[in-house]
Design a protein around this ligand. Sequence first.
Ligand code: ADP
Ligand code: ZN
Ligand code: MG
Length: 280
Amino acid sequence: VIIAMIYDHPRWEEKHMIKLIEELGHEVLHVPLRSSTLELSNLKKIADVAIQRAISSVRAITSTAFFEASGTPVVNNLNTQIICDNKVLTDLVLEKHGIPRPKTFVAYSMEEAMKIPEKLGFPLVIKPIQGSWGRLQALVSDEEALRGILEYREAMPSPQFKVHYMQEYIKKPQRDIRVFVVGDRVPVAIYRISQNWRTNTALGGRAEKAELNAELEEIALKAAKAVGGGVLGVDVVEDPERGYLVIEVNSNVDFKNTYRVTGHDLGKDIVEYAIEIAKR
Ligand code: ADP
Ligand code: ZN
Ligand code: MG
């Protein structure tokens, strides 16, 4: 089997998967996007399956489209990547599939956004609709703080910041749960524990093994299916009254910390899943 590894800059995860593929006796086709040119006017199948690992979402989505058009299935598929890249699109498919989520609003002007606290109260959470690692998200405690944040957002050149995505704050314990899904399996989950309201490990959240249970597995599988399936990281928070709520679904997952604290090798799961898809 020829497996294309598509990446921006190889991190531990990519190097680890490349090693595993070679150990299994398969061939790796390296696609380092920053030093690759894709000819759109010449579509030829050059691999049996591709694993998409680019961090830049625009590079990931366009290069995935190229491989899919050339006849190579990609982990994850283009549709899944497009949905997961955007929190509005993700929320809507989760909602349609009846997956419990926090109350969320989107407003397209400062004036409209200033009315949302009437529905959500304070504190509330404001996030960019694209991006990761908790970047540029704020926990807003009052109207004056909200006005200031909205003014900054309105002054940003990128139109995406003028889409004001606001969500009820969930009084979770000082952790959230990252549940990993590979195809129709839930191999492992971790808590991300933090004093910060954003528990992302990129912001100092501490990873710890989380025990799975039937309810958590079911919710993660449903969320993964809703976004189009594949290899996914489902972010779950525990609401004191409502129980598990899905915050978002990630299409390109880091797993170095998960390997360190659980000993479970998600890289192996991903490679095996890709080989299975290549053979379909
Ligand atoms: P990102 O794509 O940047 O990871 P998330 O929506 O997963 O964005 O939010 C980052 C973190 O912030 C979550 O892991 C969670 O700990 C916290 N968080 C996000 N939304 C809420 C919320 N509505 N209530 C409580 N905590 C939240
Ligand atoms: Zn995310
Ligand atoms: Mg997240």
